[in-house]
Structure formats: C-alpha cells, structure tokens
Design a protein around this ligand. Structure first.
Ligand code: PA5
Length: 471
C-alpha cells in the first residue's frame, strides 16, 4: 500500500451521543457491498459496450476505469498516446504563450480550477515567467455571463495589440463536451475575435493557439475543424462532465500548469484498487458513503459540510459541491453539500455550525504536512500583540490547534465530525481524492436508487434562457 494513501476516520461520528452506534457501519456492510458490486458491474457493462436497462440510462460509467486505460495506453504508445499528446501540447503552448485562457463551465471548469488552486504556487499568475518554470498564467472564463469580468479579461489580454513576443502572446483552451453551452460558446466567440486581432489575423497562428476539448461531434467540434485546429482532445463518450476531471478536460489544463498528470492518474488507479479490494471498515469509499448515508437517514443530517483546513482546498470542495448536487439532487433526494474553508469561515459560518440546527455532518479535510518550510510567529521587541509567548509556534501549529479546538467544541456539544486526511497535498493524493469522491457518489446513487448520471434538472433553465433570447 502506498504510504501517501488518504484515510477516512469517522471515530467522532460512531458514538451514540454524537451520531451513530459503534457497530452501525459494520451492520450496514451488506448494503454497501451490494452497491459496490453494482458499481463494478456498471463499469464492466459500460466497458463491454453493452446496452444498459432503461432505468439505468444514461449510464456514464466510463470515468471509472479511464485512469487505467489512459496509463496503459501511455505505457504502450508513449508520445502518440493521449497522455503523451497532452504533454506535448502543454509543452508547445508553454513555449509560445504567457497566458492560457481556459473556457468552460460546470464539469468543464471546476476540475481544472481545483487542480490549479491545490497544486500550483498560490500566486502563480502574479509570478514572473521564470519563477513559474516558464509555465503560462492561467485565466478562467466562460463559466459565467458577467460582462464586466469579460471586459476586464480583454483589458488584461491587451485589446487590439498584435502580440510580438511570448510575454504578450496568449492562447485558448476551450472545453465543452456538448459544444453548445451558451456561456462557454459566447465567451469563446468574443475571445476568439480578440485572439485573431492579436495574431494580426494569421489563421495558422490562431489555429495553433486554440486547443478545443470537446465531444466527437457538435458545434465546437465543427468550429474547431473550420479554424484548422490541429490538436483537438476528446471528452470520451460515457464520461459525464462532472466525472471528467481525469480526462483531457482536467489533464490538459493541469499539464499546461506543469502538474504531474501521470501521478494524478496513478493516484486514481490506487483508489480504484483500494475500492475494489478492501472490506467495509477499511475502505475509504464505502466507509465515507456509509457514514454519510446513515447520518442522513438516521440522524437527519442532510447537510454535508466539507470542512477544509487550508486555502488550497476551496476549489476541490467546490468541485465536490457540483458532483454531489448534480448526481444525487434528484427526485427530491440528495444531501446538500457545502464547502467551507477554515479558519476563514469559523469567523463567518462557524456560529451556525456550533449552535445552529443539528442537520449537519461535518467532514474535515486535513493535510498532513505543508509543502513549504513552516513559518514561525517569531519575536518582536515591542510585543504589542503579546505574541512573544508563541514565538516558537509555527503557522501549521496554529492551524492544528484551531482544527483540534474546533472539533473538541463540536464534540462537547454532541455534534458529529469525521476526518478525511491527506498525508500531503500533491497530484497523487488528489488523484485518489477525486476518484474516491466520484466512486462514493455513484455508490450512494445505487444505494438510494437514484441514477447518479445525467442532470435533467439543469436543462430547464437552458430551455427558458434560449427561448427568451431567441424569441
Ligand atoms: O456535469 C455536467 O455534465 C455539467 O456540469 C456540464 O459539465 C456543464 O453543463 C458544461 O457542459 P458542456 O461541457 O457540455 O459545455
């Protein structure tokens, strides 16, 4: 077993006064194991190309074994495999541009953002090029319809200027599985116009600077062909948007950022192995699913707080908010996810969590060791702030005390908490975490009889918006 495996500890929940009886999870093992079998059978059926029964449509189980498939292909075919080509595109873009604008929304956006915030330097975009290992700055758009935000980006990209050097040049990675999402398509049209100006309408250069990630047909696919884009990456059939982080949707932006995408995939493979082989009680996917489900059904905890301890995890939590909401928020079911970032949100939402309704299961996400040298508070000759007594304490010491103190306060009031622990925050542990949460979501869907794939409820607003716009 890899020493950097993420772990789940529900000890703070499995106590009658805090949540569940100590043996609740073990008693629920048969149902969890049956749901696991169903998820494994779904993956097998999907891989065989067989047709699912009507009640399982859509069956987008392609995400499950995608990491194994991509890695095997990379080992066999090297630079001509999809991973090999993604790495080559990322290196090519890196050598010719200083900024990449990633366009996409929902599942075509949240994963890349989560990866950037978790793994890049916290001030990546503000650093000089050499301090970024020459990697481009990354901007996100097409994830909203905010006029002034897009105008601001156009200012930043240098309106009307023809780019003369790598430092001025920028490119676009446009991501849309359907190729028809209005937010992304509108932003692409506006930005493409400015990119053409910045390339002095040189269509060969424009084609090199636009890399689409899209389905195997559709409006964006056709537009890419028309523009002459040579590198177009697929969102594979059978992989839904919010399950696509480990396809080109997340891997291409991550590779542009300089992240180790092989480690990301290997982390996901390690989680798949763990999920398949470990029993309830030692299986992070099944244990997390079981405790969350039992707390909802037996204790009415239908708010799931992902309580992240570290700024770098905020967008990972937002990615999970989408995954859980769109997968299980159907037929008037599904818990409400909410991500908080501590200690920041202890000063805003903390009051409600400590003394508000007893409708929350709090899952802490903690990180074992920082990447950088721990900073000590240090001494000051004036000591106006009276911190000299803590001079030796480091920021990680303070965070640890806050984590322990907060959980103690919850425990003292019989408020349940569980812990999801990442030994370090890196591509391998994140690969595990993303795969764990995707698997847990589909296992829970099978457990409660909700199809975790598809998002029929999102269509209503799109239909109305289009009707309003097009008259
Ligand atoms: O999870 C999903 O499928 C959605 O959130 C989509 O990712 C989102 O609606 C964007 O769709 P598309 O990639 O087709 O532009």
């Amino acid at each position: 077993m890899s020493t950097d495996r993420i772990t789940y500890n529900p000890a703070g929940v499995l106590l009658p006064e805090h949540g569940l009886a100590a043996d609740a999870l073990a008693s629920f093992a048969p149902q969890l194991e049956a749901a696991r079998e169903e998820v494994l059978a779904d993956a097998k059926l999907w891989a065989s190309g067989g047709s699912p029964p009507e009640e399982k449509e859509p069956l987008d189980a392609g995400f499950h074994e995608m990491p194994e498939r991509l890695l095997a292909e990379y080992r066999e075919q090297g630079s001509s495999s999809e991973v090999g080509r993604i790495l080559a595109t990322a290196d090519r873009l890196t050598s010719v541009v200083d900024r990449v604008v990633v366009l996409g929304i929902g599942g075509s956006y949240m994963g890349a953002r989560a990866l950037m915030e978790a793994c890049c330097h916290s001030y990546h975009n503000e650093l000089p090029r050499t301090a970024r290992n020459n990697r481009p700055r990354i901007s996100f758009e097409g994830n909203n319809v905010d006029n002034d935000a897009v105008q601001g980006l156009l200012d930043l990209l240098g309106r009307g200027n023809v780019a003369k050097s790598v430092e001025d040049r920028w490119g676009i990675v446009v991501i849309s599985k359907s190729g028809g999402t209005l937010e992304t398509a509108a932003a692409f049209r506006i930005l493409l116009r400015q990119l053409q100006e910045s390339c002095a309408n040189d269509s060969t250069q424009v084609a090199d600077l636009v890399v689409p990630v899209t389905g195997t047909s559709g409006k964006l696919f056709d537009l890419a062909a028309d523009l002459g884009c040579k590198e177009v990456y697929p969102v594979p059939d059978g992989v839904g948007g919010r399950f696509s982080i480990l396809s080109a949707v997340g891997l291409l932006p991550a590779a542009v950022m300089g992240l180790d995408i092989v480690q990301l995939l290997e982390g996901a493979v390690a989680m798949n192995d763990h999920f398949r082989s470990q029993p309830v009680g030692d299986n992070v996917v099944l244990d997390y699913t079981g405790v969350s489900h039992l707390m909802e059904t037996q204790r009415g905890c239908d708010v799931r707080l992902l309580s992240t301890w570290g700024k770098k995890l905020e967008s990972v939590g937002m990615w999970y908010d989408q995954l859980l909401s769109e997968s299980l928020g159907k037929q008037q079911q599904g818990a409400m996810p909410l991500t908080i970032v501590n200690t920041r949100d202890l000063h805003s939402r903390g009051q409600q969590h400590q003394e508000g309704k007893r409708d929350k299961l709090i899952t802490n996400v903690t990180i074992g060791s920082c990447e950088r040298e721990p900073l000590a508070i240090g001494t000051n000759s004036q000591d106006h702030d009276e911190l000299n007594c803590l001079a030796e304490k480091t920021l990680p010491d303070v965070l640890r005390a806050a984590t322990q103190g907060t959980n103690q306060a919850y425990r003292d009031d019989n408020r349940p908490t569980a812990d999801l622990h990442l030994p370090q925050l890196n591509e391998h542990t994140l690969g595990q975490l993303f795969q764990m949460l995707m698997l847990a979501t589909v296992v829970e869907g099978r457990l409660i009889g909700i199809n975790p794939y598809g998002q029929p409820g999102v269509e209503a607003y799109k239909k109305n918006m289009n009707a309003i716009l097009r008259g």
